[in-house]
Design a protein around this ligand. Structure first.
Ligand code: MN
Length: 714
């Protein structure tokens, strides 16, 4: 068991600035908290957190992480509380201990209890500090090293499977290769003991058959490179039983053919020397076709870089050789941890690393091939309510489920949303309404000429995107109103035979209570001020002849006292028609459909005719009545009723009388269906508004001859 001062010294070696007192406090706190607890091996429990801390010092992790390692089981397994940890060690370490504890809890739940939600929360917690994951991996590594102490075979097997499926891939993704190899090998031994035994036997046989092969080969290699003036560090290692087993499975080779069980590593000073070394080796020994990989020009996703080749070496034995620089070696051994060293200032795990790690996890979870364990289960449920997507630079953008590239664009930056014209998802062009999936990499195609389209509003799901689109639409509308208002006033001047003169108009602003020409134009355009009122203010006391109010053939003509259009939300001057399918009237919820050449057609919002425009959201206008009761009750609207009544003489007269009594007027009647007992009629009734129509319907229902009376909207 490593001692307190040894641990501190080890950290001080790579981080002289480390907070020694903190490490000592964590050591003592954990030792006391675990007290007389024992491991399955019979060792004092405290040996476990200590070993975990030791593993992390090998990876040269910072003092906070080492302290977290020492404390990682105290909250779960002792009387210590998170509050105590926070008081004694600060909130950062407490948060990390909490993260490790949460993952441990997840682990001990039975399969059915492994709630996807918990895992998701953990994942998010993890994204705040990746060091949590490193502690967890070190924890698992030590537990695997001591797995054989556990008595129950089922428990050993479960832990080994979990290691193989979750922790080893995690270690690989973050590039901690040595840890990945060891985890896999320890798990392999438990999961498939027979295979493990066979591979180990074969390894022993090969070792005995040519005991000096590795040393001879590296001597030859060294001499060869020295002759060409390349300074190289050469080392070799035996491949792990699991990696050999995997290779046998993958390449379908038997033990007899298995010969390259040793891997050589050549470390040189520069990338140029890597390739030079490769050339020298290939000149000396023939390469095995199909076994060459250039991970320098095409690095692995976890950042791994190296040249890999297999050659027929001394004694006609295959040997695998990896060639890399010192920097590449550092990354290959320690993964992302290599980038930090002990100085976290540069790449802060709380900041830049944050999202990358979540992405790695997601990839693992989504690529998991074994359906038995909880991965499969969580795969479908874990992110029910959100999707995680990535920018081309690998930044994570979390969005609600159903989000589209437009939502994504606005989530990244308003300017990107505003100039978005298209999108590529995982390199493929998709429509802007495309729904994003977990792990998608999204690239937004932009154009300076583009402005947000009102049509986007129909498919975006984030409030942020929607509000920016609306803001833009309002801006556009304002520009339209300004233009229209100016034109209206220009026409009024022209009608009076006057020359349009803005300085003169400006003088009237005060009278009108307005601050600028634009606000006058805007109000004119919107119909909030009539042209007549404006002209009277500009030319007080003058008599006018021009009346544009009679001009447009639309509802404007019915009520021009204030330039009135009884519908809000329209650009002034646009022709408006009430649809004959649903006969909208004040009181109905309405939408407008822009029809080219015809202006705007008003429908009730539940009209079935709208289905025809479902794919053309840019034609839709969100409108409402200026007055839900109808403008001063002057306008007349037609409501269509479907009446079913007893087939009796005099029925029609009864109906007409009742409608008239209610202040309505029948404008059209059509018999729809008639049989011996009943007949159905379509009746158009002129009313003031929806309330009026409803009272007519209610009154008709009181008639004994009427069996049903309802408003018809087709
Ligand atoms: Mn532990």
């Amino acid at each position: 068991m490593i001692r307190q001062y040894e641990l501190v010294e080890k950290v001080k070696k790579y981080d002289p600035q480390v907070n020694e007192a903190l490490l000592n406090r964590a050591y003592v706190f954990s030792m006391k908290a675990h007290g007389s607890q024992k491991r399955a091996s019979g060792d004092p429990y405290f040996s476990h957190p200590l070993e975990v801390a030791g593993i992390l010092t090998d990876m040269r992790l910072d003092g906070d992480t080492i302290a977290t390692a020492l404390l990682h089981d105290t909250v779960e397994d002792t009387l210590a509380t998170l509050d105590e940890i926070r008081d004694l060690f600060g909130s950062e370490i407490a948060a990390m201990v909490d993260g490790v504890t949460k993952l441990s809890r997840l682990e001990i739940q039975t399969e059915s209890e492994r709630q996807a939600e918990n895992f998701r929360k953990f994942l998010l917690a993890l994204s705040n500090d990746i060091r949590v994951l490193l502690v967890k991996l070190a924890d698992r590594l030590h537990n695997m090293r001591t797995l054989y102490h556990i008595g129950k075979p089922e428990k050993r097997r479960r832990i080994a499977l979990e290691t193989m499926e979750i922790y080893a891939p995690l270690a690989e993704r973050i590039g901690i290769r040595a840890m990945k190899d060891e985890l896999e090998d320890l798990a392999f031994r438990e999961i498939n003991p027979e295979a493990y035994a066979s591979v180990t036997q074969r390894l022993e046989y090969l070792r005995e058959k040519a005991p000096n092969l590795p040393n001879n080969a590296s001597r030859q290699l060294r001499a060869l490179l020295r002759k060409k003036d390349i300074k190289a560090q050469i080392s070799w290692r035996e491949k792990t039983p699991f990696s050999i087993w995997k290779k046998m499975e993958r390449d379908h080779i038997g033990f007899e053919e298995l010969s390259d069980v040793v891997a050589f590593r050549v470390i040189v000073d520069s990338v140029g020397e890597c390739y030079k070394t490769l050339g020298i080796i290939h000149q000396k020994w023939p390469m095995v076709p199909g076994q060459f990989d250039d991970y320098i020009s095409t690095p692995k996703r976890n950042g791994y870089r190296s040249l890999h080749t297999t050659v027929i070496g001394p004694r006609k034995r295959r040997i695998e050789i990896q060639i890399r620089t010192h920097d590449m070696h550092e990354v290959a051994e320690k993964g992302v941890a290599a980038h930090w060293g002990y100085k976290l200032g540069d790449i802060s795990p709380r900041d830049k690393g944050k999202y990358r790690w979540v992405r790695e996890l997601l990839e693992i979870l989504e690529q998991s091939s074994n359906p038995e364990e909880f991965l499969e289960h969580t795969k479908f449920e874990m992110f029910q309510d959100q999707v995680f997507c990535f920018t081309p630079k690998g930044e994570l953008i979390s969005l609600p489920r159903g989000s589209t590239p437009v939502d994504f664009a606005y989530a990244v930056h308003t300017a990107i949303g505003d100039s978005c014209v298209g999108a590529k998802v995982n390199g493929k062009v998709v429509p802007l309404r495309h729904q994003l999936q977990n792990g998608d990499q999204v690239e937004i195609v932009r154009s300076k000429a583009q402005t947000p389209s009102p049509r986007w509003e129909s498919f975006v799901v984030t409030g942020r995107a929607r509000s920016f689109i609306r803001r833009h639409i309002r801006k556009q509308e304002r520009a339209e109103f300004l233009k229209l208002g100016r034109t209206i006033l220009q026409n009024a001047f022209k009608g009076e035979g006057l020359e349009f003169d803005e300085p003169t108009i400006r003088e009237s602003l005060e009278t009108l209570g307005l601050s600028s020409l634009n606000s006058l134009y805007f109000k004119l355009g919107k119909g909030e001020i009539s042209h007549r009122k404006a002209m009277e203010a500009i030319f007080p006391g003058m008599k006018f002849k021009y009346d544009p109010g009679a001009e447009p053939a639309n509802l404007r003509g019915k009520d021009d006292t204030d330039g009135g259009i009884p519908i809000k939300g329209l650009t002034a001057g646009v022709a408006v028609h009430l649809a004959e399918c649903c006969h909208p009237m004040p009181g109905d919820r309405i939408v407008g459909i822009r029809e080219s050449g015809k202006g705007v057609m008003i429908h009730t919002s539940d009209c079935e005719a709208l289905n025809a425009y479902a794919e053309e959201p840019d034609k839709w206008l969100d409108l409402s009545w200026k007055d839900e009761k109808g403008a001063q009750g002057q306008d007349i609207y037609t409501g269509r009723l479907k009446l079913t009544m007893t087939n009796k003489a005099g029925v029609l007269a009864d109906i007409a009388a009742m409608v008239a009594k209610q202040g309505g007027n029948i404008s059209n009647i059509k018999i729809a269906h008639r049989d011996v007992e009943f007949f159905t009629m379509l009746v158009d009734v002129e009313v003031k508004n929806l309330d009026h129509l409803l009272s007519v319907i209610a009154a008709l229902r009181t008639l004994s001859v009427i069996s049903t009376a309802e408003r018809l909207k087709t």
